[in-house]
Design a protein around this ligand. Structure first.
Ligand code: BGC
Length: 731
């Protein structure tokens, strides 16, 4: 079969220049081996700066993390710059994952916006706030594709889809680093390289067993896109893939990242992931794992002290070449120079204060929530009409918990909760009875809440999981609403009053059993600082929800992993009988011969890309400019989108493609483009999407990325489960 080749980019990925390279070389030429190794050491800065003074003076620290006090950061820098022999400034890192002080929705929530421009704006806000305080390096974006909601870190990424993840990742890189590098640029760190989100059973830190083709077709493309977007740094992951821990994985770091993609940024380990290679049984001791990491192409050691303690000996013994060290140090110095740290190592402590929680930052955070909230059900009760409102549930007034995971610097005093916002918006109309103070609380008597519900015209129940129930090391095996939250909903429903559930969570919870007990359901993830005002505007109908699921919502946890872009099996689901329809009598020899669950069928609760609106949309006239395309062509997809309802709204139109026959089996659908379109009631617009044929490429049996000629189908729809395909071919 003839194949069409696709080209790759060459040159510096971080945008270095001959001048920068000359400066790097000159400095490197002045460094002793010990000073070089010192640059490769990153430490966590707890306590007094003076504790680190000696090591700083000796040039034994290249970077610190976890210090955000601008005065202290200045002091760290002062010792490094003024009291060490070569005066090399420190790179100061922090997990600024979804905002610094102004906290944005968790990344999974941001992905639900399908709005890369807005996500870029949010990352810029985070960079402005963090860099003002001296933080010049964030350990974000997390690009791990996650298809198992048991994994607590699903909260930190963009969900299950490679294309969406890549677009969000590039946007964050651009936002953190800015259009050109200056004193407000915060180096992005794309993580966790690679496959970490595929942890078996969704148990954090667990092994992964991804084939090279899965890596190349699903897990690597977002990293490659972020490298092309100019990401300055990358972090290796904790997991071992098919037996090789990432921090010692020459194939992915050296061959793919450095070799194929030409990445000349800085590679840092995850926290002690070098040391953990001993726990993995991949190395005997710290010296052994330091050798493996250095030779795999890792530049900086986060918190193992393996490089600092053993690299000199390893170089002298010949196990690690000095040119390997030189390469690593070049990568580190290059980033420091590109960030302008040599020219401007200090920050203005007074000015830093004024930048935090600036009104425009809060407005941007609020807009992000407004676009990220997903309307999953609405039996006509939303937007709110007049009357009394009962606010209840453990997340109604939980200023810390609505911030979500990795919100170290968001202060809960600045959070506006839904209760506060609703009281301000509907003065005198809001009653509050928490029902449950914590999500995990167990209670069987809800007399106080139900009495209040009877006095109200509508009930708003804020449920879900607190920040601590998702994130790193916070995997769950049961994804139903915890504690007595489902019982609370059932009790509220029994009052006969309309019930709206607003779920805040770090993952898609299995809320099927609760659906009959709610008249409307909004999914808000952990919305951050401005969650309250944004939700109040949505509930009031001032903002029409437009979020779409960035991940499949399961009916039950036993369906995991379930994602829309699965490959076609030899026995695709054809509507076989479900267990509940099969008579109890004996004599049944087979209960089904296709790919589905006897008890839960073949479909999720809500598919990827799904989300309702207060209005309705209709797609029509989907057409392509040609029937047959060449490899270098761009497909012009045209369609008409109409707002067929009675209020203004925004739809995320999604373009999916299926490659019908390949040299390997292909996904049943893959997202290839999306756009947000706002329409007035009754308005309809003809829209065009440009889809380069090269986007249809994949890595086949020969390990090469290419577009295979053949027949394709294309959908334009409001979710991954809607629409009818149009056909085209690639020659
Ligand atoms: C996490 C990383 C994080 C690092 C530094 C690790 O435990 O896996 O994502 O960036 O800590 O805080």
């Amino acid at each position: 079969m003839a194949v069409l080749a696709c080209s790759r980019q060459a040159g510096t990925t971080v945008g270095s220049s001959p001048e920068v390279e000359a400066r790097v070389d000159k400095l490197l030429g002045q460094m002793t081996l010990q000073e070089k190794i010192g640059q490769m050491n990153q430490v966590s800065a707890g306590g007094e700066v003076s504790n680190y003074a000696d090591a700083l003076r000796k040039g034994q620290i290249g970077s610190i993390l976890n210090e955000v006090d601008p005065a202290k950061i200045n002091e760290f820098q002062r010792i490094a710059v003024e009291e060490s022999r070569l005066g090399i400034p420190l790179l100061v890192g922090r997990d600024v994952i979804h905002g610094f002080h102004t906290v944005f929705p968790i990344p999974l929530g941001l992905a639900a916006t399908f709005d890369p421009a807005l996500v870029e704006e949010g990352a810029r806000v985070a960079a402005l706030e963090a860099t003002a305080q001296g933080v010049r390096w964030t350990f974000s974006p997390m690009l791990d594709i996650a298809r198992d909601p048991r994994w607590g870190r699903m909260a930190e990424g963009s969900g299950e889809d490679t294309y969406l993840d890549a677009r969000m990742g590039e946007a964050m890189v651009r936002g953190y680093q800015g259009a050109s590098l200056d004193s407000t640029s915060m180096a992005a760190c794309i993580k966790h390289f690679v496959g970490y989100g595929a942890a078996e059973g969704g148990r954090d830190y667990n092994s992964t067993f991804l084939t090279e083709r899965q890596l190349r077709n699903i897990y690597l493309p977002p990293f490659e896109a972020a490298v092309k977007a100019g990401a300055l740094t990358l972090m290796t992951s904790f997991n071992d893939n098919d037996g090789v821990p990432s921090t010692g994985n020459t194939f992915v770091v050296k061959d793919i990242l450095r070799g194929e993609w030409g990445f000349d940024g800085l590679v840092v380990t995850d926290w002690n992931s070098m040391g953990e290679m001993i726990n993995h049984g991949f190395g005997t001791d710290r010296k052994d794992v330091a050798e493996k990491a250095a030779n795999a192409g890792v530049d900086m050691d986060m918190m193992t002290y393996g490089f600092l303690s053993h690299l000199e000996e390893l170089v002298k013994g010949g196990a690690v070449k000095e040119k390997t060290i030189d390469k690593a140090v070049r990568n580190i110095l290059r980033v420091k120079m590109l960030l302008g740290l040599f020219e401007h190592p200090y920050v203005d402590v007074e000015a830093a204060r004024a930048v935090q929680y600036a009104p425009e930052h809060l407005a941007s955070a609020q807009k992000s929530v407004e676009e990220s909230v997903i309307l999953l059900k609405n039996d006509g009760v939303l937007p709110l009409k007049g009357g009394r409102i009962l606010v209840t549930g453990p997340l109604a007034d939980a200023p810390h918990d609505q911030l979500g995971t990795w919100a170290f610097d968001g202060q809960k005093e600045h959070t506006v909760t839904p209760l506060q916002a609703l009281r301000a918006r509907f003065p005198g109309r809001v009653d509050y009875v928490p029902g449950l103070r914590y999500s995990r609380e167990k209670r069987d008597n809800f007399a106080d809440v139900t009495a209040a519900a009877r006095r109200a015209d509508i009930v708003l129940a804020f449920l879900g999981e607190e920040a601590i129930l998702s994130g790193e090391a916070h995997s769950l095996a049961d994804l139903n609403l915890v504690g007595s939250q489902s019982a609370l909903l059932a009790a509220l429903k029994a009052t006969g009053k309309p019930v709206v559930a607003i779920v805040m969570a770090g993952r898609p919870l299995t809320i099927e059993r609760d659906l009959p007990n709610v008249d409307a359901l909004l999914y808000a993830f952990h919305p951050g600082t401005m969650g309250g005002p944004a939700l109040a505007r949505i509930l009031a109908g001032e903002v029409n929800p437009s979020g779409k699921t960035p991940v499949t919502f399961l009916r039950t946890v036993g369906q995991a992993p379930m994602y829309y872009s699965h490959h076609m099996t030899g026995r695709p689901y054809n509507g076989e009988t479900l267990l509940e329809d099969i008579p109890l009598e004996a004599g049944q020899t087979s209960l089904g011969n296709t790919s589905y669950y006897l008890d839960y069928g073949a479909y999720p609760l809500f598919p990827f890309g799904f989300g309702l609106s207060y209005t309705t949309f209709a797609y029509s006239g989907i057409g392509l400019d040609k029937k047959v395309y060449g490899a270098d062509d761009t497909i012009q997809v045209t369609f008409t989108l109409a707002n067929t309802g009675t209020c203004e709204g925004t739809e995320v139109a999604q373009v999916y493609v299926r490659d019908l026959v390949g040299s390997i089996t292909r996904p049943v659908k893959e997202l290839k483009a999306f756009l947000r379109v706002s329409l007035l009631p009754g308005e309809s617009r003809q829209l065009t999407v440009q889809l380069p044929v090269s986007e249809l490429s994949f890595t086949g049996l020969d390990g090469k990325r290419k577009v295979e000629p053949g027949d394709f189908q294309l959908w334009v729809a409001g979710s991954s489960q809607e629409g009818s395909p149009v056909a085209f071919a690639v020659q």
